[in-house]
Design a protein around this ligand. Sequence first.
Ligand code: FMN
Length: 241
Amino acid sequence: MENQTLDFIYHRRSIRAYKPTPLTQKQIASMIQAAQSAPSSNFLQCSTIIRITDSDKRKKLAHYSGDQNYIYQAPEFWVFCADFNRHFQIDATIPLERAEQLLVGCIDTALMAQNTVIAAQSLGLGTVFIGGLRNNISEVTQLLALPKYVIPLFGLCIGYPDQEPEMKPRLPSELIFFENQYQPINQTLLAQYDEQIENYYQTRSSNQKEGGWSNKIAETIYKGQREFILNYLHQQGWVKQ
Ligand SMILES: Cc1cc2nc3c(=O)[nH]c(=O)nc-3n(C[C@H](O)[C@H](O)[C@H](O)COP(=O)(O)O)c2cc1C
């Protein structure tokens, strides 16, 4: 072990089965504090978290996210939103429709969310992000009464893990960490990684499947196109210029 913080970070993996044990108010407060300790672009603080305690809303969100039942099963489910409505309430004359606002909102909210994940991990809890809620983003927006300039980016299930999934091997660091300039992909390393992932998929304890990493990219990207997102963004007041 290098140190406890790195140990928590290195051992995080997505948890998709939870014990019913509820979280304490103290645990929830600690995660909120960790979330708010994240840096914020220009100190705009343009993220909002919505905790879903209403079981009917939870069921609907699970359904909207492609019937991922751990959303309903997890003791906590939080929706992370990029939010410039707060700023709009403070000053309705500010321009909020630039593409840059989308980047700022997504970056801040992701940083906040990952702080929440690491805090959860340090409290002995497990998590999984739920981008699936963007499958039905308009319905989610309506269900949570999100006004203009607020978009739900992803959810987060939180609770005590009821499974011990294997760690998913990542790309070799040489493929993602360069010095001074971009580098073309190293095919030898990629082939080795594909073999490693193939072995991981075939030997992991659940949801075993065939194939490596690179041959799934096209399938994954085509499947997750959500071509309605641009219209949705326009409706919520985002990215008009
Ligand atoms: C923004 C985001 C959205 C995600 N959405 C989902 C989701 O809807 N359902 C799910 O089961 N996992 C989801 N995941 C988890 C990824 O599948 C997971 O992080 C990835 O396969 C790597 O596995 P690991 O987290 O166990 O290391 C999401 C992850 C991220 C970062």
